[in-house]
Design a protein around this ligand. Sequence first.
Ligand code: CA
Length: 320
Amino acid sequence: MVERKKIIIDTDPGIDDAMAIFLALQSPEVEVIGLTTIYGNVYTTLATRNALHLLEIAGRQDIPVAEGSHVTITKGTKLRIADFVHGADGLGNQNFPPPKGKPIEQSAASFLIQQANLHPGKVTVVALGPLTNIALAIEQDPEFPKKIGQIVILGGAFSVNGNVNPAAEANIFGDPDSADIVFTSGADILAVGINVTHQVVMTDADRDKLSQSSGKYAQYLCKILDVYFSYHHDSYHTKGVYLHDPTALLAAVNPSLLTYIEGVVRVQTNGIMRGLTIFYNTKKKFGEVSEWCNKPTVKVAVTVDAPAVVELIMERLMNS
Ligand SMILES: [Ca+2]
């Protein structure tokens, strides 16, 4: 039997985070060895509560949840919280009862470091929120980028407008300083930005199909998806929703569903371009020494087989 890929999902649930977590649990190629939580769609405390709740819905309380940072890497407390996209509770305003489980004592960053040490080169982190926990792991253990297998980042807007403002995508905007640390850390990084995820749409018809299926998570997801569909309808005038987090999760499961280019990525950390991700293809050697020189390269997704991705997501979520 082929060894299943060990993954840790760093997450801010979040409606599409919930889809991605369930998708991971329905994917035989991967073994979810932990969830780490972060602010983004909701504050970190609520993200932890939602992560525990989702694992209870799945009957997978055996998976540990490690709570992440409550502030940005520069100790910023003025966080951007996207509750207008996901509902005040982060899960479509369903007012679910509090989970029975508790997070483990370890912080997200120390859990990430511990797991990388336990399984060197074998753990994939799927980062579905702002990158604070990963940057903290790198700060606390400079060897972390070498020991972690791969970091799949849902974030950035490469050569397209952002979704927070024209410059910035939400996860990068949440903590640009952390994002710049992670992108230049030398880890094996695969970035999936909104230039790609905006091609992966779940339509009203897909949702109807899901609601009529006997999928293990179908009824639950259709309930929480209401708020997400309304937001997309009002903000983008689309008849469907973007499947950001599930697409990034599938990039970890099967990278060949997307194509990539390789180069240096840096993140603007202040001013009106705060959160902007710039890709440098390293082809031109610039004359002067700058903050772009001798930086490690990362892979950035440029195309996606959107029909195949949507089909795979639907198939797995409709599975009982
Ligand atoms: Ca997310």
